[in-house]
Design a protein. Structure first.
Length: 145
């Protein structure tokens, strides 16, 4: 039986490591996390809200949510081969306020919920009853000439 050369062995190990890093984007083990975002914005009257959620790897797009209605998404946190904390953040806008309001809706380093229910209002959001202010607000520029 032939003994593989040191170069062949090193290249094989490198290939396995590269494939493992590529696979980590699609391999998820464990319970699925469900995030519900309910529009509770009264500015000063009930209004529609536009939600745009993203993570490092996923852009969930823009969604218009009527007052009292919800936008829901779910995912499986990535845990293999290297544990990388999952973070989803969203921006929120509504017609009466020309700002983008940002909020982390799931941070694996802080949140332990598997059913994360957010109620968004003009000051921030409440996750399962615990309220948090928006991370930041960015004024949108008026592009009308």
């Amino acid at each position: 039986m032939a003994i593989p050369s040191a170069i062949t062995l090193k290249l094989s190990i490198l290939l396995i490591i590269l494939l493992a890093f590529e696979a980590r984007e699609t391999i998820a083990i464990g319970a699925r996390v469900h995030v519900t975002i309910e529009n509770n914005v009264r500015a000063p009257n009930p209004t529609t809200m536009t939600v745009h959620c993203k993570s490092k790897n996923d852009d969930l797009g823009y969604h218009t949510v009527m007052f009292g209605q919800s936008y829901v998404f779910s995912f499986k946190p990535i845990v293999f081969p290297i544990k990388v904390a999952t973070l989803f953040f969203c921006s929120f806008t509504w017609p009466q306020d020309p700002s983008l309001h940002y909020l982390d809706v799931y941070d694996e380093n802080k949140d332990t919920c598997r059913d994360c229910s957010w109620k968004i209002n003009v000051d921030g959001g409440c996750l399962n009853g615990e309220c948090r202010p928006f991370n930041k607000n960015i004024q949108l520029m008026d592009v009308r000439a």
